[in-house]
Design a protein around this ligand. Sequence first.
Ligand code: SIN
Length: 286
Amino acid sequence: MQANGKISVKRLSGALGAEICGVDLAKPLGNDSFTAIHQALLDHCVIFFRDQVMTPDQHVAFARRFGPISIHPYAAAVEGHPEVMRVFKEKEDKVNFGGGWHSDMTFLEKPPLGSILYAKEVPPYGGDTMFANQYLAYDALSDGMKKTLESLNAVHSANAQYGVDGRSEANKNNAKRSMKPATSEDAAEEVIHPVVRTHPETGRKTLYVNVGFTQRFEGWTKKESQPLLRWLYEHCAKPEFTCRFTWATNSVAFWDNRSTQHYALNDYHGFRREMHRVTVEGDRPR
Ligand code: SIN
C-alpha cells in the first residue's frame, strides 16, 4: 500500500460515488490527505478505497478524524472493540442486515454524519451495496412538491426495526439470521426531523425520509402519511440517482449519511459475508 502522498479521485457513476487511490488508511492521515478525502466525500457523497489493511483500532482512528464515534444501540460490536460494529451473514442465513433502502440511525436526534464500512470477507459474487444520492432526489422534484415538503417534518423511530413488537423486523428476521440485533422498549422513542434537510457542510438541500425509520409526517396519521411516503421512497431510489459498489476483501466504503441512502443486496445465499462498520456522529438535521 502506498504512503499517503498524492491522492487521486475517480468518479464511478453519473449520480454519485468515487474511488480514491493513493492513500493508506491504516496510517495517520496528514492534513492534506484528510482535506482531500473530506472534500471527495462532500463532492461525491460516497467514496471507495481498495486494498486497505486496517486493524479495528486503525479503522476507528481514521473515523475519528471526521468526528466522535456513534455506537449502534442495537447491533453488536467486534469483541474488544465497542466502536466497531460487526455486519455479517453466515452461509446458512437467509436474511441480511441493511437489506432495504435506508439512512443509518435516523431514529437518533443526531443521526450519523457517515459510516465507514470495511470488507473482511466477501462472497464470490453478489453482496454489492447500492447508494442513492438524495440531493438529486430533491432537485428532481417539481417546485410545488418541494414547497409542500419543505413545510413538513417527519417522525422517525427505530420501532419498526428494533421494537419489542413481534412484527418488528428484528423479531421477524432474527430467527433467519446469525446476526441478531437486540430489541428494546427504547426503540419506540420518536424524534422529529425535517423532510427536506440542509446539508450542514455543503448548504445543499436533500430529501430526508427513509423506509427503515420514518414513521409518518408530524401532525398526520400513519394512514394519511403512507401514500406520499411510499411515493417518496420510490422516487428516492430511482436508478438514475444510484451507484452500485462491488466489494472485494479489504475494500472500504465511506458514505455521507446526510446526503445518501444505501441498500445491502442479499443475493449470495450459501456464502459468508462479513464487514466492520464504524459510524461517525452527526448533528441535528435542520
Ligand atoms: C449497512 O446498512 O450498514 C450495511 C451495508 C452493507 O452491508 O453493505
